[in-house]
Design a protein around this ligand. Structure first.
Ligand code: HDE
Length: 685
């Protein structure tokens, strides 16, 4: 049993059993009644004297902190990083020295534009920020799921963000870029065109956080113990493979389950299916930087993996959900300036601006300079310095010495350590002070074209549809045409597809490039999702729709095979109580059909009895379940009893390679079929 330490002048007093469970005020005073305020008579006015009520309501009034100005909606999880290849020749960072060593981490995934309560599957960039609690201090890799950015100079960030977020007069649109202000800004900022190829692609509507890549975006430095520097780009490669949803599906998921991504992460970790990413580095030197077609300091460009291969040096495993969303996910404060010895900054003007912004915004958001005392932000290595006081100071050193140099010997506190301490790489700097954009940042289209030609036809179609959808939400023709004039510089096919989608027959003149000619670069497979999809159904979810009287052996075989594959199976039934199967057993349902549209599953199976099959054919949610699964190119397993429903939604005479008639004998074949992402051929049939 805990003792209450009364501190100086008091003997610790034994707690009583009663006291252990007793609710108290914030001052520790036991509460007798938390249901009624203090009144003058049963029907009289509430007394100002009621300190219990006032304290409780005062605290509630102050429960909220400002949401992040961008990346407000996020989801954090704990994990660890394990080094698989030491790189002392490249970096003296402690985390990169000992193979097999595990470093604790906290990762927060996020959307960018939407408010804290916005839906998860908005078309947007995803943040992928990881705090490594290394033995030599916290290192934050604050990345995105897209390797390039919209702008080249941090001074444009407030404009970019204002343009994408709700318009200041009307306070909408929320969590989307499909509107005039965004495309007005983009079409006036050609440097952003490359990034929009990515955001119009399915990368911006990931199936879940587990199936997306992460990128540090900027070029950083690795510095070894001898002070030698190499440039580096950081990559996260998901062991789960890459996977996205389709746009019509995303729109419906947002209605069916606005928490789709966070629920997916929570469920996977809760079930022990821990997602993993390999940490890759692209390392290069000044010689490469000098001969590379683009400026390595320009964050609107990437370095193709064919030019500098990604070397895997470790693995991130996310293995624990948070205990308290506010304390951990909301209060975590990432910052690009949190780097450790062996890792350093470069002159990328976007990165330099970020280094100012993150610390600045944390002070406002978390209320003062002591947010490093909050457990989620506190380093797990010793922290010793002379910073003191301020709001909510939690670490208050004892003793009289709070400055240095000092001559107090051992009681004089911490000292600098030139052997261990952080040293900035002594890069040479010279130049005339001027407000300019480097000429070397001027090619805005070549890598956009490279991205386009690296996609499969299916992906190209989705990108063109993405632009068409978004630009169709722009009411100003001048904005639609201006954007089209940029797409003409990217690729004729893309421009033609979007023009057709918009109904534009009179093409505008192509935009005048800041630098010509636009170069034809070779395709890069790493840029495609479909060329890097998973090779199993593991981690994905089958929606197994069963009715009363459904073949119990078939239901069991499906559950068994999908679980062996490492997949999840959700039982959907007409009633939440479940379905009585052919053998008389009761199969409990995870979801009632109305609450589990097929958009929340990766593949579906329809296992009905003949009689129920006829009834369900007339049921609207059942019709939507099948017709959406079909429209979203999903794999569908069906039995003869599902025929009336198939006829009803008009797919009975469209049976294709993605629709498998199943019985107990070919369940494994259905699993194998589902390993592919979708039956994409259906989209063009
Ligand atoms: Fe951020 N960004 N950003 N950003 N960013 C923030 O910091 C900013 C940029 C990214 O889960 C803010 O604590 C500027 C690129 C992530 O808590 C803010 C510029 C990349 C997160 C900020 C950029 C990112 C943020 C808002 C242009 C990918 C969420 C709240 C120079 C490499 C971290 C906060 C989390 C958050 C500023 C551009 C990633 C305002 C000025 C490029 C993942 O400080």
């Amino acid at each position: 049993m805990d003792k209450i330490d009364l501190g100086k002048g008091g003997e610790p007093r034994q707690q009583t059993e009663d006291r252990d469970e007793t609710m108290t005020s914030a001052q520790g005073a036991p509460m007798a009644d938390d249901q009624n305020s203090l009144k003058a008579g049963p029907r009289g006015p509430v007394l100002l004297e009621d300190h219990m009520m006032r304290e409780k309501i005062f605290h509630f009034d102050h429960e909220r902190i400002p949401e992040r100005v961008v990346h407000a909606r996020g989801y954090g999880v704990h994990g660890h990083f394990e080094l698989t290849e030491a790189i002392p020749e490249l970096s003296c960072a402690d985390i990169f020295q000992r193979v097999g060593e595990k470093t604790p981490t906290f990762t927060r995934f996020s959307t960018v534009a939407g408010n804290k309560g916005s839906p998860d599957v908005a078309r947007d960039v995803r943040g992928f920020a990881t705090k490594f609690y290394t033995q030599e201090g916290n290192w934050d890799l604050v990345g995105n799921n897209i390797p390039v950015f919209f702008i080249q100079d941090a001074i444009k960030f407030p404009d970019l963000v204002h343009s994408v977020k709700a318009a200041p007069d009307r306070g909408f649109p929320q969590a989307q870029s499909a509107h005039d202000n965004f495309w007005d800004f983009i079409s006036l900022s050609p440097e952003a065109v490359h990034m929009t190829l990515w955001t119009m692609s399915d990368r911006a509507i990931p199936r879940s956080f587990r199936f997306m890549e992460g990128f540090g975006v900027h070029t950083f430095r690795l510095v070894n113990a001898k002070g030698k520097s190499h440039y580096v780009k950081f990559h996260w490669k998901p062991r789960q493979g890459l996977q996205s949803v389709v746009w019509n599906e995303a729109l419906k998921i947002n209605g069916a389950d606005p928490d789709f991504h966070r629920r997916d992460m929570w469920d996977a970790i809760d079930a022990g299916d821990y997602p993993r990413w390999d940490l890759g580095i692209q390392v290069f030197d000044d010689d490469f930087a000098d001969q590379f077609e683009f400026d390595i300091l320009d964050a609107t460009k990437l370095i193709p993996e064919e030019q500098v291969p990604v070397r895997i040096i470790g693995t991130l495993t996310l293995d624990a959900n948070v205990d308290n969303f506010f304390a951990e996910t909301e209060q975590v404060a990432f910052c690009t300036q949190n780097i450790v010895r062996g890792i350093d900054q470069t002159n990328d003007p976007l990165l330099q601006g970020r280094n100012f912004s993150y610390l600045d915004t944390q002070i406002k958001r978390l209320g003062g300079p002591n947010f490093t005392h909050i457990p989620i932000n506190a380093p797990k290595c010793p922290v010793r310095h002379f910073q003191q006081d301020g709001h909510m100071a939690m670490h208050n050193p004892k003793g009289r010495v709070n400055y240095e140099p000092n001559s107090w010997g051992a009681e004089g506190g911490p000292r600098e350590n030139p052997k261990l301490g952080f040293e900035s790489y002594p890069a040479e700097v010279e130049g005339v002070k001027q407000r300019v954009r480097s000429e070397t940042f001027a090619d805005h289209y070549s890598q956009a074209r490279q991205f386009w030609i690296s996609q499969t036809e299916t992906e190209q179609r989705h990108i063109a549809n993405g632009y068409t959808f978004e630009l169709s939400k722009c009411q100003e023709e001048r904005i639609r045409l201006r954007m089209l004039s940029h797409l003409m510089n990217v690729h004729d096919d893309l421009a033609a597809m979007v023009a057709k989608g918009l109904g534009v027959s009179d093409m505008p003149d192509p935009a005048t490039p800041a630098r010509a000619p636009i170069t034809d670069l070779p395709p890069s497979d790493a840029l495609s999702i479909l060329k890097n999809g998973p090779d199993s159904f593991a981690g994905r979810k089958l929606g197994l729709y069963v009715s009363d009287g459904a073949d119990a052996a078939l239901v069991a075989a499906l559950e068994d095979s999908f679980e062996k594959e490492g997949a999840m199976v959700a039982i959907v039934a007409p009633h939440i109580q479940g379905a009585k199967l052919s053998d008389g057993s009761m199969k409990a349902a995870d979801e009632k059909i109305d609450g589990a549209p097929s958009v929340v599953f990766d593949a579906v199976a329809l296992v009905f009895s003949q009689e129920e099959g006829k009834t369900l054919a007339a049921d609207k949610p059942s019709q939507d379940f099948l017709s959406d699964a079909f429209a979203h190119a999903k794999f569908i397993a069906w039995t003869d009893a599902a025929k009336p429903l198939m006829k009803q939604v008009g797919v009975a005479d469209k049976i294709d390679g993605g629709m498998i008639e199943i019985d107990k004998g070919n369940v494994d074949a259905f699993v194998t079929t589902c390993r592919k992402l979708r039956f994409w051929e259906r989209e063009t049939m």
